[in-house]
Design a protein around this ligand. Structure first.
Ligand code: HEM
Ligand code: HEM
Length: 224
């Protein structure tokens, strides 16, 4: 059955590519701050999309269907013979929530940064210098957290891939898992309308945050 719709799959691989680009543009390449910021805004938009999608998207990616209760999490951890889940398993679900939280924190902290050369984030002048430099540290620490999570994520995915779910990586490409369940699929029309609603909401929020929020907060616009 179809578990991951086309928007979720595109989202996943764009996210992986986007994080890689952020590392490259933030740590390796010179003169890429403008692109780093643009990709950072896009990644924040993608987090808003995923939040929205987690409420109105297909059942398999709704938070209400996969975010575990404490008892299902401890139950899962205590069993040696793990069940196969159609959507995320309880531990994987925690990783999804951690990814969304950390990447949101990372992108938001970027708004308060400058690169000591020519780039100033939209909210750089808003808070005191000491708070802003603390936020710059968060930008560095949160990235270390993201890298750690990615390493755990890839090890966990490969473990399941070789242990008892040989289809999981392919499923993030084709969307299909050879499993059946009771998830109600959305019609094509519902899927596209809802996805574009979420895309519209994300673009609007990011556009307002980058272009208008500094003005609303009374910040001198010396960025760009
Ligand atoms: C920067 C790198 C990556 C990030 C940030 C990332 C992030 C994520 C996130 C957030 C999800 C949850 C999807 C959702 O519910 O919307 C996910 C799922 C998944 N990812 Fe990644 N991922 C990365 C790299 C990879 C790579 C390299 C692979 C392949 C080896 C992979 C394979 C998967 C699979 C198979 C799932 C579904 C897991 C399941 O069936 O429960 N990911 N990833
Ligand atoms: C999820 C999104 C983002 C990721 C993964 C990311 C990642 C990184 C990394 C790895 C660095 C290098 C380490 C450091 O100096 O802290 C960095 C630096 C930086 N980032 Fe980001 N970033 C993101 C979003 C943003 C955004 C939205 C902005 C601005 C609006 C931004 C502005 C900066 C600046 C100004 C630097 C400092 C560069 C320097 O010191 O030369 N980042 N980022």
């Amino acid at each position: 059955m179809k578990v991951w719709d086309i928007y979720t799959r595109l989202w996943h691989w764009l996210l992986a590519g986007g994080i890689f680009f952020q590392w490259l543009s933030g740590e390796v390449l010179d003169d890429q701050m403008q692109n780093h910021a643009l990709m950072g805004y896009s990644l924040l938009g993608m987090m808003i999309f995923r939040l929205c999608w987690g409420f109105v998207g297909p059942e398999s990616i709704r938070f209400s269907r996969f975010v575990p209760s404490w008892s299902s999490l401890t139950g899962y951890l205590s069993k040696t013979d793990k069940a196969i889940y159609v959507s995320h398993n309880p531990l994987g679900a925690l990783a999804v929530v951690a990814f969304i939280g950390l990447i949101t924190l990372q992108a938001l902290s970027g708004f308060f940064m400058e690169d000591e050369i020519f780039f100033t984030g939209p909210l750089y002048n808003w808070l005191s210098e000491s708070t802003t430099s603390l936020i710059a540290e968060i930008h560095e620490i949160a990235f270390a957290g993201i890298m750690l999570l990615i390493a755990i994520h890839i090890i966990a995915v490969l473990y399941h891939r070789f242990k008892h779910e040989p289809f999981i990586v392919k499923a993030m490409v084709t969307g299909n898992k050879p499993l059946t369940n009771a998830f109600q699929p959305l019609s094509n029309m519902q899927l596209h309308l809802r996805a574009w609603l979420c895309i519209g909401v994300s673009i609007t929020i990011i556009w307002l945050m980058v272009n208008y929020l500094p003005g609303w907060l009374g910040i001198e616009a010396d960025y760009y």
